[in-house]
Ligand binder design. Structure first.
Ligand SMILES: Nc1ncnc2c1ncn2[C@@H]1O[C@H](COP(=O)(O)OP(=O)(O)OP(=O)(O)O)[C@@H](O)[C@H]1O
Ligand SMILES: [Mg+2]
Length: 354
Protein backbone atom coordinates (compact mmCIF):
# COMPACT_ATOMS: atom_id res chain seq x y z
CA UNK A 1 0.00 0.00 0.00
CA UNK A 2 1.14 3.54 -0.80
CA UNK A 3 2.75 5.48 2.12
CA UNK A 4 0.95 8.66 3.04
CA UNK A 5 2.78 11.90 3.74
CA UNK A 6 1.74 13.99 6.77
CA UNK A 7 0.07 16.47 4.40
CA UNK A 8 -1.99 13.74 2.78
CA UNK A 9 -3.12 12.29 6.14
CA UNK A 10 -4.22 15.75 7.24
CA UNK A 11 -6.19 16.20 4.02
CA UNK A 12 -7.97 12.90 4.65
CA UNK A 13 -8.80 13.92 8.23
CA UNK A 14 -10.02 17.31 6.97
CA UNK A 15 -12.43 15.71 4.55
CA UNK A 16 -13.95 13.28 7.08
CA UNK A 17 -17.66 14.09 7.70
CA UNK A 18 -17.13 14.13 11.49
CA UNK A 19 -15.35 16.33 14.02
CA UNK A 20 -11.76 15.23 14.73
CA UNK A 21 -9.91 16.79 17.70
CA UNK A 22 -6.44 16.07 19.04
CA UNK A 23 -6.01 16.81 22.76
CA UNK A 24 -3.24 16.79 25.37
CA UNK A 25 -3.65 15.59 28.97
CA UNK A 26 -4.61 19.09 30.15
CA UNK A 27 -7.58 18.92 27.73
CA UNK A 28 -6.01 21.57 25.52
CA UNK A 29 -6.83 21.30 21.84
CA UNK A 30 -3.72 20.61 19.73
CA UNK A 31 -5.47 20.32 16.36
CA UNK A 32 -8.96 20.08 14.81
CA UNK A 33 -10.06 19.13 11.30
CA UNK A 34 -11.76 21.41 8.74
CA UNK A 35 -15.31 20.36 9.63
CA UNK A 36 -14.70 21.19 13.28
CA UNK A 37 -13.06 24.55 12.46
CA UNK A 38 -16.02 25.40 10.21
CA UNK A 39 -18.67 24.72 12.89
CA UNK A 40 -16.76 25.57 16.10
CA UNK A 41 -14.12 28.09 14.99
CA UNK A 42 -10.42 28.48 15.69
CA UNK A 43 -9.25 26.09 18.47
CA UNK A 44 -6.05 27.98 19.35
CA UNK A 45 -5.44 28.16 23.10
CA UNK A 46 -8.77 26.53 23.94
CA UNK A 47 -9.70 23.46 25.95
CA UNK A 48 -12.17 20.98 24.43
CA UNK A 49 -15.04 22.10 26.69
CA UNK A 50 -14.40 25.75 25.72
CA UNK A 51 -14.23 24.98 22.00
CA UNK A 52 -17.36 22.83 21.97
CA UNK A 53 -19.14 25.09 24.47
CA UNK A 54 -20.14 22.28 26.77
CA UNK A 55 -22.52 23.60 29.40
CA UNK A 56 -21.07 23.58 32.90
CA UNK A 57 -17.39 23.31 31.81
CA UNK A 58 -15.42 20.07 31.94
CA UNK A 59 -17.53 16.90 31.48
CA UNK A 60 -18.10 14.95 34.72
CA UNK A 61 -16.88 11.76 33.05
CA UNK A 62 -14.07 12.99 30.83
CA UNK A 63 -13.40 10.58 27.94
CA UNK A 64 -9.97 12.08 27.26
CA UNK A 65 -8.79 11.57 30.85
CA UNK A 66 -10.11 8.01 30.78
CA UNK A 67 -8.22 7.19 27.57
CA UNK A 68 -5.01 8.73 29.03
CA UNK A 69 -5.48 6.63 32.18
CA UNK A 70 -6.31 3.19 30.77
CA UNK A 71 -5.14 3.48 27.14
CA UNK A 72 -8.53 2.30 25.84
CA UNK A 73 -11.24 3.59 23.51
CA UNK A 74 -14.26 5.16 25.24
CA UNK A 75 -17.49 6.65 23.90
CA UNK A 76 -20.56 8.59 24.95
CA UNK A 77 -23.34 10.82 23.59
CA UNK A 78 -22.98 14.57 24.14
CA UNK A 79 -24.47 17.89 23.07
CA UNK A 80 -22.16 20.54 21.58
CA UNK A 81 -22.94 24.15 20.63
CA UNK A 82 -21.63 25.63 17.36
CA UNK A 83 -20.35 29.19 16.91
CA UNK A 84 -23.82 30.05 15.56
CA UNK A 85 -25.44 28.72 18.71
CA UNK A 86 -26.94 25.56 17.15
CA UNK A 87 -27.00 22.60 19.49
CA UNK A 88 -25.74 19.36 17.95
CA UNK A 89 -26.08 15.86 19.39
CA UNK A 90 -22.93 13.82 18.79
CA UNK A 91 -21.57 10.37 19.50
CA UNK A 92 -17.96 10.88 20.66
CA UNK A 93 -15.14 8.31 20.63
CA UNK A 94 -11.83 8.97 22.39
CA UNK A 95 -8.77 6.90 21.48
CA UNK A 96 -5.18 7.16 22.68
CA UNK A 97 -2.34 8.18 20.34
CA UNK A 98 1.01 6.56 21.26
CA UNK A 99 4.61 7.49 20.57
CA UNK A 100 7.04 5.02 18.98
CA UNK A 101 7.91 3.93 22.55
CA UNK A 102 4.28 3.13 23.32
CA UNK A 103 3.70 6.11 25.60
CA UNK A 104 0.33 7.88 25.33
CA UNK A 105 1.16 11.37 24.08
CA UNK A 106 -2.30 12.60 23.12
CA UNK A 107 -5.90 11.50 22.65
CA UNK A 108 -7.91 11.85 19.44
CA UNK A 109 -11.65 12.42 19.68
CA UNK A 110 -13.99 11.75 16.77
CA UNK A 111 -17.55 13.06 17.09
CA UNK A 112 -20.31 11.99 14.68
CA UNK A 113 -23.40 14.21 14.31
CA UNK A 114 -26.44 12.16 15.40
CA UNK A 115 -28.94 15.03 15.76
CA UNK A 116 -31.36 13.59 13.18
CA UNK A 117 -31.14 10.13 14.75
CA UNK A 118 -31.93 11.63 18.17
CA UNK A 119 -34.90 13.48 16.64
CA UNK A 120 -36.29 10.21 15.23
CA UNK A 121 -35.64 8.56 18.61
CA UNK A 122 -37.70 11.30 20.33
CA UNK A 123 -40.52 10.86 17.82
CA UNK A 124 -40.51 7.10 18.34
CA UNK A 125 -40.75 7.57 22.11
CA UNK A 126 -43.67 9.95 21.56
CA UNK A 127 -45.29 7.48 19.18
CA UNK A 128 -44.89 4.69 21.73
CA UNK A 129 -46.54 6.84 24.42
CA UNK A 130 -49.34 7.76 22.03
CA UNK A 131 -50.00 4.17 21.03
CA UNK A 132 -50.13 3.27 24.73
CA UNK A 133 -52.53 6.20 25.31
CA UNK A 134 -54.70 5.08 22.41
CA UNK A 135 -54.78 1.50 23.65
CA UNK A 136 -55.90 2.95 26.98
CA UNK A 137 -58.71 5.00 25.38
CA UNK A 138 -59.83 1.99 23.32
CA UNK A 139 -59.88 -0.08 26.52
CA UNK A 140 -62.11 2.55 28.19
CA UNK A 141 -64.45 2.56 25.18
CA UNK A 142 -64.55 -1.26 25.23
CA UNK A 143 -65.71 -1.03 28.85
CA UNK A 144 -68.51 1.29 27.72
CA UNK A 145 -69.36 -1.19 24.97
CA UNK A 146 -69.40 -4.00 27.51
CA UNK A 147 -71.74 -1.97 29.71
CA UNK A 148 -74.10 -1.41 26.75
CA UNK A 149 -74.13 -5.12 25.88
CA UNK A 150 -74.94 -5.95 29.50
CA UNK A 151 -77.88 -3.50 29.56
CA UNK A 152 -79.22 -4.90 26.24
CA UNK A 153 -78.96 -8.46 27.59
CA UNK A 154 -80.76 -7.52 30.80
CA UNK A 155 -83.48 -5.74 28.81
CA UNK A 156 -83.96 -8.75 26.52
CA UNK A 157 -84.23 -11.11 29.50
CA UNK A 158 -86.74 -8.84 31.24
CA UNK A 159 -88.49 -8.12 27.89
CA UNK A 160 -88.02 -4.43 28.71
CA UNK A 161 -87.92 -2.45 25.43
CA UNK A 162 -86.79 0.78 27.14
CA UNK A 163 -83.81 -0.94 28.69
CA UNK A 164 -82.92 -2.61 25.36
CA UNK A 165 -83.06 0.79 23.62
CA UNK A 166 -80.93 2.44 26.31
CA UNK A 167 -78.29 -0.33 26.09
CA UNK A 168 -78.34 -0.23 22.29
CA UNK A 169 -77.67 3.54 22.35
CA UNK A 170 -74.63 2.89 24.55
CA UNK A 171 -73.40 0.21 22.14
CA UNK A 172 -73.82 2.52 19.12
CA UNK A 173 -72.11 5.49 20.79
CA UNK A 174 -69.08 3.46 21.81
CA UNK A 175 -68.91 1.66 18.47
CA UNK A 176 -68.86 5.07 16.82
CA UNK A 177 -66.01 6.24 19.06
CA UNK A 178 -63.87 3.19 18.21
CA UNK A 179 -64.45 3.47 14.47
CA UNK A 180 -63.56 7.18 14.69
CA UNK A 181 -60.20 6.44 16.35
CA UNK A 182 -59.39 3.60 13.93
CA UNK A 183 -60.29 5.78 10.91
CA UNK A 184 -58.00 8.57 12.18
CA UNK A 185 -55.10 6.15 12.65
CA UNK A 186 -55.57 4.76 9.13
CA UNK A 187 -55.67 8.26 7.66
CA UNK A 188 -52.43 9.21 9.41
CA UNK A 189 -50.53 6.07 8.62
CA UNK A 190 -50.51 6.18 4.83
CA UNK A 191 -50.48 8.45 1.84
CA UNK A 192 -53.75 8.18 0.01
CA UNK A 193 -55.27 9.67 -3.07
CA UNK A 194 -58.66 11.29 -2.39
CA UNK A 195 -61.60 9.51 -4.02
CA UNK A 196 -62.72 12.59 -5.98
CA UNK A 197 -66.35 12.72 -7.06
CA UNK A 198 -68.81 15.37 -8.18
CA UNK A 199 -70.92 15.78 -5.06
CA UNK A 200 -73.37 18.17 -3.47
CA UNK A 201 -71.23 19.43 -0.54
CA UNK A 202 -74.31 20.70 1.28
CA UNK A 203 -75.66 17.13 1.48
CA UNK A 204 -72.52 16.00 3.34
CA UNK A 205 -72.76 19.01 5.68
CA UNK A 206 -76.40 18.08 6.38
CA UNK A 207 -75.39 14.47 7.11
CA UNK A 208 -72.82 15.67 9.67
CA UNK A 209 -75.43 17.99 11.18
CA UNK A 210 -77.90 15.08 11.51
CA UNK A 211 -75.18 12.91 13.04
CA UNK A 212 -74.35 15.41 15.80
CA UNK A 213 -77.60 17.25 16.48
CA UNK A 214 -78.99 14.89 19.16
CA UNK A 215 -75.62 14.54 20.85
CA UNK A 216 -75.26 18.35 20.88
CA UNK A 217 -78.76 18.72 22.36
CA UNK A 218 -77.87 16.21 25.10
CA UNK A 219 -75.13 18.68 26.20
CA UNK A 220 -77.46 21.68 25.81
CA UNK A 221 -75.51 22.91 22.81
CA UNK A 222 -77.49 24.38 19.93
CA UNK A 223 -76.23 23.05 16.60
CA UNK A 224 -77.09 25.26 13.61
CA UNK A 225 -76.75 24.65 9.88
CA UNK A 226 -76.46 27.52 7.43
CA UNK A 227 -75.99 26.36 3.86
CA UNK A 228 -75.28 28.48 0.81
CA UNK A 229 -77.78 27.35 -1.89
CA UNK A 230 -75.38 28.67 -4.56
CA UNK A 231 -72.96 25.89 -3.64
CA UNK A 232 -74.49 23.22 -5.82
CA UNK A 233 -71.69 20.86 -6.67
CA UNK A 234 -67.96 20.40 -6.14
CA UNK A 235 -65.28 17.82 -6.85
CA UNK A 236 -64.44 16.49 -3.37
CA UNK A 237 -63.88 13.12 -1.70
CA UNK A 238 -67.20 12.81 0.22
CA UNK A 239 -65.79 10.68 3.04
CA UNK A 240 -62.88 13.13 3.40
CA UNK A 241 -65.30 16.06 3.69
CA UNK A 242 -67.37 14.08 6.19
CA UNK A 243 -64.25 13.50 8.35
CA UNK A 244 -63.24 17.17 8.14
CA UNK A 245 -66.63 18.43 9.29
CA UNK A 246 -67.05 15.71 11.93
CA UNK A 247 -63.62 16.51 13.43
CA UNK A 248 -64.34 20.25 13.49
CA UNK A 249 -67.83 19.84 14.97
CA UNK A 250 -66.59 17.39 17.58
CA UNK A 251 -63.82 19.84 18.61
CA UNK A 252 -66.31 22.73 18.69
CA UNK A 253 -68.63 20.73 20.95
CA UNK A 254 -65.73 19.81 23.26
CA UNK A 255 -64.81 23.52 23.46
CA UNK A 256 -68.41 24.33 24.50
CA UNK A 257 -68.54 21.49 27.02
CA UNK A 258 -65.33 22.77 28.63
CA UNK A 259 -66.65 26.33 28.86
CA UNK A 260 -68.18 26.95 32.29
CA UNK A 261 -68.40 30.73 31.80
CA UNK A 262 -71.44 30.85 29.48
CA UNK A 263 -74.94 29.48 29.90
CA UNK A 264 -75.76 29.15 26.23
CA UNK A 265 -73.61 27.40 23.72
CA UNK A 266 -73.83 27.43 19.97
CA UNK A 267 -72.01 25.55 17.21
CA UNK A 268 -72.64 26.59 13.61
CA UNK A 269 -71.80 24.68 10.45
CA UNK A 270 -71.75 27.04 7.47
CA UNK A 271 -71.07 26.49 3.78
CA UNK A 272 -70.16 29.16 1.22
CA UNK A 273 -69.29 29.27 -2.42
CA UNK A 274 -65.67 30.44 -2.80
CA UNK A 275 -64.68 33.24 -5.20
CA UNK A 276 -63.01 30.65 -7.45
CA UNK A 277 -66.19 28.52 -7.39
CA UNK A 278 -64.74 26.11 -4.80
CA UNK A 279 -66.35 25.19 -1.48
CA UNK A 280 -65.70 26.84 1.88
CA UNK A 281 -66.88 25.43 5.18
CA UNK A 282 -66.85 27.16 8.52
CA UNK A 283 -67.41 25.60 11.91
CA UNK A 284 -67.85 28.26 14.58
CA UNK A 285 -68.35 27.84 18.31
CA UNK A 286 -68.66 30.07 21.34
CA UNK A 287 -66.66 27.69 23.55
CA UNK A 288 -63.47 28.21 25.56
CA UNK A 289 -61.39 29.48 22.63
CA UNK A 290 -57.76 28.60 21.97
CA UNK A 291 -55.11 29.83 24.34
CA UNK A 292 -52.16 31.69 22.78
CA UNK A 293 -49.71 29.01 24.02
CA UNK A 294 -51.77 26.32 22.28
CA UNK A 295 -52.40 28.17 18.99
CA UNK A 296 -49.12 27.16 17.35
CA UNK A 297 -49.55 23.46 18.14
CA UNK A 298 -53.11 22.50 17.21
CA UNK A 299 -52.18 20.94 13.84
CA UNK A 300 -49.28 18.93 15.27
CA UNK A 301 -49.80 15.19 15.32
CA UNK A 302 -50.66 13.83 18.74
CA UNK A 303 -51.06 17.31 20.25
CA UNK A 304 -54.04 17.39 22.59
CA UNK A 305 -55.06 19.53 25.54
CA UNK A 306 -57.71 16.98 26.52
CA UNK A 307 -55.53 14.47 28.40
CA UNK A 308 -56.56 10.88 27.73
CA UNK A 309 -59.91 12.07 26.30
CA UNK A 310 -58.19 13.20 23.07
CA UNK A 311 -55.69 11.55 20.76
CA UNK A 312 -54.56 14.75 19.05
CA UNK A 313 -55.14 13.33 15.58
CA UNK A 314 -58.36 15.12 14.58
CA UNK A 315 -56.89 18.36 13.22
CA UNK A 316 -53.85 16.63 11.78
CA UNK A 317 -56.15 14.33 9.77
CA UNK A 318 -58.30 17.34 8.82
CA UNK A 319 -55.28 19.25 7.52
CA UNK A 320 -54.05 16.18 5.63
CA UNK A 321 -57.41 15.77 3.87
CA UNK A 322 -57.46 19.44 2.85
CA UNK A 323 -53.89 19.25 1.54
CA UNK A 324 -54.81 16.15 -0.48
CA UNK A 325 -57.48 18.32 -2.11
CA UNK A 326 -55.05 21.23 -2.66
CA UNK A 327 -57.01 23.20 -0.06
CA UNK A 328 -56.22 24.68 3.33
CA UNK A 329 -57.50 25.06 6.87
CA UNK A 330 -57.17 28.14 9.05
CA UNK A 331 -58.75 29.34 12.27
CA UNK A 332 -59.38 32.45 14.28
CA UNK A 333 -59.98 32.29 17.99
CA UNK A 334 -60.45 34.48 21.02
CA UNK A 335 -59.77 32.89 24.39
CA UNK A 336 -62.98 32.79 26.40
CA UNK A 337 -65.07 33.84 23.36
CA UNK A 338 -64.87 31.02 20.84
CA UNK A 339 -63.27 29.73 17.68
CA UNK A 340 -64.02 29.54 13.96
CA UNK A 341 -62.28 27.03 11.71
CA UNK A 342 -62.36 27.67 7.96
CA UNK A 343 -61.80 24.79 5.53
CA UNK A 344 -61.27 25.82 1.91
CA UNK A 345 -61.62 23.34 -0.96
CA UNK A 346 -60.49 24.93 -4.24
CA UNK A 347 -62.44 24.46 -7.45
CA UNK A 348 -61.31 21.26 -9.14
CA UNK A 349 -62.09 19.23 -12.23
CA UNK A 350 -62.43 15.48 -12.10
CA UNK A 351 -59.10 13.85 -13.01
CA UNK A 352 -59.18 12.39 -16.54
CA UNK A 353 -59.30 8.61 -16.75
CA UNK A 354 -57.45 6.99 -19.62
N1 LIG B 1 -62.83 24.57 18.47
C1 LIG B 1 -61.82 24.51 19.33
N2 LIG B 1 -61.82 25.24 20.46
C2 LIG B 1 -60.79 25.20 21.34
N3 LIG B 1 -59.69 24.40 21.18
C3 LIG B 1 -59.64 23.64 20.08
C4 LIG B 1 -60.68 23.64 19.09
N4 LIG B 1 -60.32 22.80 18.11
C5 LIG B 1 -59.11 22.29 18.46
N5 LIG B 1 -58.70 22.78 19.64
C6 LIG B 1 -57.42 22.48 20.32
O1 LIG B 1 -56.60 21.77 19.41
C7 LIG B 1 -56.19 20.52 20.00
C8 LIG B 1 -55.98 19.50 18.92
O2 LIG B 1 -57.23 19.16 18.33
P1 LIG B 1 -57.37 17.74 17.65
O3 LIG B 1 -58.75 17.63 17.08
O4 LIG B 1 -56.23 17.51 16.73
O5 LIG B 1 -57.16 16.73 18.85
P2 LIG B 1 -58.15 16.38 20.05
O6 LIG B 1 -59.52 16.93 19.79
O7 LIG B 1 -57.49 16.80 21.31
O8 LIG B 1 -58.19 14.78 19.97
P3 LIG B 1 -58.91 13.88 18.84
O9 LIG B 1 -57.80 13.12 18.18
O10 LIG B 1 -59.83 13.02 19.63
O11 LIG B 1 -59.59 14.80 17.89
C9 LIG B 1 -57.27 20.19 21.01
O12 LIG B 1 -56.82 19.30 22.02
C10 LIG B 1 -57.60 21.60 21.55
O13 LIG B 1 -56.63 22.01 22.48
MG1 LIG C 1 -60.49 16.61 17.94
Amino acid sequence: MQDLTTGQSEKILDSLPCYVTLLDRHLEVLWTNDVSRHDFGDPSGKTCFELYRIRGGKCPECLVEKSFQDGRVHNKEMTLTTVEGTRIDVLVYSSPVRSAEGEIVSVVETAVNITSVKEIQKQLILLGQTVAGMAHSIKNIMMGLDGGIYVVKKGLEAKNQDEVREGWEMVLLNFDKISHIVKDILYCSKEREPDLQVIDPNTVAREVYDLFKDLAASYSIELKLELDPELESAVIDPSGLHSVLSNLVSNAMDACKLDMAKDEHLVEIRSKKGKDGGAIFEVADNGIGIDKNVKGHVFEDFFTSKGDKGTGLGLMVTQKILREHGGSITFRSRPGRGTTFVATFPKKDLPRTT
